[in-house]
Design a protein around this ligand. Structure first.
Ligand code: FEO
Length: 162
């Protein structure tokens, strides 16, 4: 039996994942405006991945015979000053998501809800990857600085994300 508190926490996480999906979609559109086609592509893929995360939580609730509840998604930023600022914000956002997943794990463990704790382990691993990918891009952008030719080559390399 899953508790009301755990259901509420998972519904809040569904909303957080859908917020992340919309944030990455907004970033993707703004990267296109900046002429960064590789980042546009990478961020669109990230948007899709965030929707997959939301679906996993919805599927999990349904597997426990619980109907997910969607909330409005508001206050998503739309413009950034530079790709560096954009990816710094993406990294900051991923760190917040990691904190949320950790809090969910603590709640599941303290309630003795081992099924939910087990389900959450996928996201524990996933957040390590999410932070690492965003950090790699931030570090590379810092390293390249204002070297336009190098930035163009790096941006092009991001088109390879499948
Ligand atoms: Fe679904 Fe990027 O965390």
């Amino acid at each position: 039996m899953i508790s009301k508190k755990m259901i509420d926490d998972i519904n809040a996480q569904i909303n957080a994942e859908m917020y992340a999906a919309q944030l990455y979609l907004a970033m993707s559109i703004d990267a296109w405006r900046m002429g960064c086609r590789g980042m546009n592509h990478w961020l669109r893929k990230q948007h899709e991945e965030e929707m997959q995360h939301a679906y996993k939580f919805i599927d999990y609730l349904e597997s426990r015979h619980v109907e997910a509840e969607l909330a409005d998604i508001t206050d998503v930023p739309k413009k950034w000053k530079s790709p560096k600022e954009m990816f710094e914000q993406a990294l900051e956002h991923e760190r917040k998501i990691t904190e949320r997943i950790d809090a969910l794990c603590r709640a599941a463990m303290s309630e003795g809800d081992y099924a939910t704790f087990h389900f959450l382990q996928y996201f524990v691993g996933e957040q390590v990857e999410e932070e690492a990918s965003a950090m790699e891009i931030v570090d590379t952008l810092k390293c390249l600085g204002d070297d336009i030719a190098a930035l163009y080559a790096y941006d092009t390399s991001l088109l390879a994300r499948e």
